[in-house]
Design a protein around this ligand. Structure first.
Ligand code: NAP
Ligand code: 12T
Length: 346
């Protein structure tokens, strides 16, 4: 019997995430009957390659979703709010990479290694979590299962590609200007819409996304709220500090956790070695630990520096690294699409 093939739309196809989505669909040999690449009017007419074939990018309008089976959205929250319901009306299942619907109780928020079963509860839209949240929960879920989880305190070291192609370009231009002794311009980071912009080259910016009333940034609140929702732990204590560094791709996280049962670093190393989607890189005597330059282009979450807290027998420290555009975005979305097929939900 011939395998069924699907009509797939990628919204935001020309973006930092969208281009990785196309590459991922190709690499995974996803069963595609037709691929529609959509963007704003600005990029309409541009041609992108899929399996060596040129596909013309079209402007994203409601009509473009006629006949679409799965629509992968990563063109910003406003585009999703406007067009995702239109795509659903036309019968598509939307996998949304923006924060538009993540906390909606009717929308499952899915990391397949953690809560695959939630996929079946969808009513048209499935949300892909924030990149920093995804890599952290992949590392924490096997620990939760074995020891229970009480508290998480995380600090992130995030790459500029998370903020899109304009941010990558800005970092590169600034780095060149600094090295050549020229004046530096900043227009994109920390947030395009912000009043002030700061140099990212050779700097660290403790602001990702906009500030909330409570003193946390929206990126930090996404990590806090999404972690509780994905892990089904509404009572979990979570605190986050999110920092942008001049790294092109690959988010890193220093994570401190407290578990319900006493925890042992050597057991956790064994546990994570067996865990789906995790690679343990942890050998201090060989200076082996995860780093962004080694995670780029890989689908897995890399974990190292696993060590017991010195004061609390329920405390553990770890270092978690992953490609923010892959497991943090394109791979997690395509993985959800693959599970829809595997579970017979499409
Ligand atoms: P990017 O490199 O700036 O690309 C933005 C994409 O959106 C481009 O393809 C752009 O098309 C398209 N677009 C912009 N305005 C549009 C409109 N009005 N209608 C249709 N398409 C439009 O940004 P990115 O890094 O790929 O991120 C895109 C979005 O994905 C973000 O805003 C965020 O919501 C989400 N995201 C999620 C994660 C995550 O944590 N899971 C990570 C990164 C990004 P043009 O070429 O025509 O401008
Ligand atoms: N502002 O989709 O700037 O929640 O790195 C992901 C990444 C939003 C999101 C970033 C962002 C998201 C960023």
């Amino acid at each position: 019997m011939m395998e069924k093939a699907y009509v797939i739309a990628v919204v935001g196809a020309t973006g930092a995430v969208g281009t990785q989505m196309i590459k991922m669909l190709e690499e995974r040999n996803f069963p595609i009957a037709e691929l529609r690449l959509l963007s704003s009017k600005r990029s309409a007419g541009k041609k992108l390659l899929y399996k060596g074939e040129e596909i013309e990018v079209k402007e994203a309008t409601p009509e473009m979703f006629t006949g679409v089976d799965i629509a992968l959205f990563s063109a910003g929250g406003n585009v999703s709010k406007e067009l995702a319901p239109e795509a659903v009306k036309k019968g598509a299942i939307v996998i949304d990479n923006t924060s538009a619907f993540r906390m909606d109780p009717n929308v499952p928020l899915v990391v397949p290694e953690v809560n695959e079963a939630d996929i079946a509860k969808h009513k048209g839209i499935i949300a892909n979590p924030n990149c920093s949240t995804i890599q952290m929960v992949v590392a924490l879920e096997p620990i939760r299962k074995a020891y229970g989880l009480e508290k998480v305190v995380v600090s992130t070291y995030q790459a500029v590609s998370g903020a899109g192609n304009d941010a990558i370009e800005e970092m590169r231009t600034q780095a060149k200007a600094v090295l050549e002794g020229e004046s530096v311009e900043a227009n994109i980071l920390p947030v395009k819409s912000a009043e002030k912009h700061y140099q990212i080259a050779f700097n660290a910016i403790p602001q990702i996304d906009t500030f909330e009333e409570n003193g946390f940034t929206f990126e930090e609140m996404k990590m806090i709220n999404e972690t509780k929702k994905i892990m089904h732990l509404p009572e979990l204590h979570v605190a986050a500090t999110c920092v942008r560094l001049p790294i092109e791709t690959g988010h890193s996280e220093s994570v401190y956790i407290e578990t319900k049962e006493a925890i042992n670093a050597e057991d956790v190393k064994r546990l994570l070695t067996e865990a789906e989607g995790v690679v343990v890189q942890d050998n201090p005597s060989e200076q082996e630990y995860p780093m962004p330059i080694f995670a780029v282009g890989k689908n897995e979450v890399f974990v190292g520096r696993i060590r017991n807290d010195l004061n609390n027998e329920n405390g553990l420290h770890l270092w978690v690294v992953s490609d923010n555009l892959l497991k943090g975005a394109a791979w997690n979305s395509v993985q959800i699409a693959e599970r829809l097929v595997k579970l017979g939900l499409i």
